[in-house]
Design a protein around this ligand. Structure first.
Ligand SMILES: [Zn+2]
Length: 274
């Protein structure tokens, strides 16, 4: 039973490279759209919202970058240390066995000890194209007391390496933060602002006598009113669509993660037996 499940999982991993690059393309498209749509809007809108849109894009860009850098620093900062093969032979023994079973190139993954972290959950991160397993101090205690659980955790993390999740997640996490902190609040604010403007315009326009609105459509006055009329309808719709788009993006990132986590958990169960 476990043997069959293992074959299926290994077969599934054959496809992983293609799936990962597909996800990576989707992620990049989302990022470009999130930044591009407000900028595109700003380019064609002579109003105050344009300046706000540019500001939101810059702020989101700054947050995504800062988050990206700080996530990397957290695992590769001054309180980390490269683990040599002679340092913890039992850990390397399990890793070698798992890498062999999971079809990971020998010695592809390097190990970093996080000396300030007393938790027991390891994690993986990709730095300059090379996966690194980050092991907190507490994990070594676990390795002695509950080697089975420790091995399952390593299998889970190595599954992320096989699935190429390490390359994507840093970016995905940073992007999700930019989405939540800047893009979504800004878009909701923009939606409320343009909706309010539209309602005010409609109310104000109703009070005007009929002839000032419809007479002489070729005059400057009539033309402006027609443009405004188009604006009050399209702007709330566009802002509403942008909100839906961003919510769909956030959901997509979460789905991508859930899918990877489930496969990694499956791997933990399958490769625990040795
Ligand atoms: Zn995981």
């Amino acid at each position: 039973m476990i043997g069959t499940a293992r074959d299926l999982l290994l077969q599934h991993w054959q496809e992983e490279k293609r799936i990962a690059s597909h996800f990576s393309r989707i992620m990049r498209t989302r990022i470009w759209l999130s930044f591009g749509v407000p900028l595109f809007y700003a380019l064609f809108s002579p109003h105050l919202e344009a300046a706000l849109a540019v500001f939101a894009v810059l702020a989101a860009g700054w947050i995504v970058r800062r988050e990206f850098v700080s996530l990397r620093r957290r695992v590769l900062g001054e309180f980390t240390q490269q683990l040599d093969r002679t340092d913890a032979p039992e850990l390397w023994g399990i890793l070698d066995q798992l890498q062999d079973q999971m079809g990971i190139q020998a010695a592809e993954v390097s190990v970093i000890v996080s000396t300030r972290n007393y938790g027991d959950s390891p994690s993986v991160i990709d730095v300059e194209g090379r996966p690194r397993l980050v092991v907190p101090l507490g994990f070594f205690k676990m390795l002695g007391r509950a080697p089975g659980a420790a091995k399952a955790m390593l299998a889970h993390e190595l599954a992320h390496v096989v699935q190429h999740d390490t390359k994507l997640w840093l970016l995905a996490t940073a992007y999700l933060k930019g989405l939540k902190l800047i893009f979504l609040p800004f878009t909701i604010f923009a939606f409320l602002a343009v909706s309010l403007t539209s309602v005010m315009w409609m109310l104000g326009n109703k009070e005007q006598p009929e002839y000032t609105r419809s007479s002489l459509p070729t005059s400057q006055e009539g033309l402006r009113t027609r443009n405004e009329k188009a604006d009050v309808i399209t702007q709330p719709i566009l802002a509403g669509l942008q909100i839906l788009l961003l919510l769909a993006f956030a959901r997509g990132v979460r789905q991508m993660r859930n899918r990877s986590e489930q496969a990694a958990d499956l791997a933990a169960v399958i490769f625990l037996g040795g």
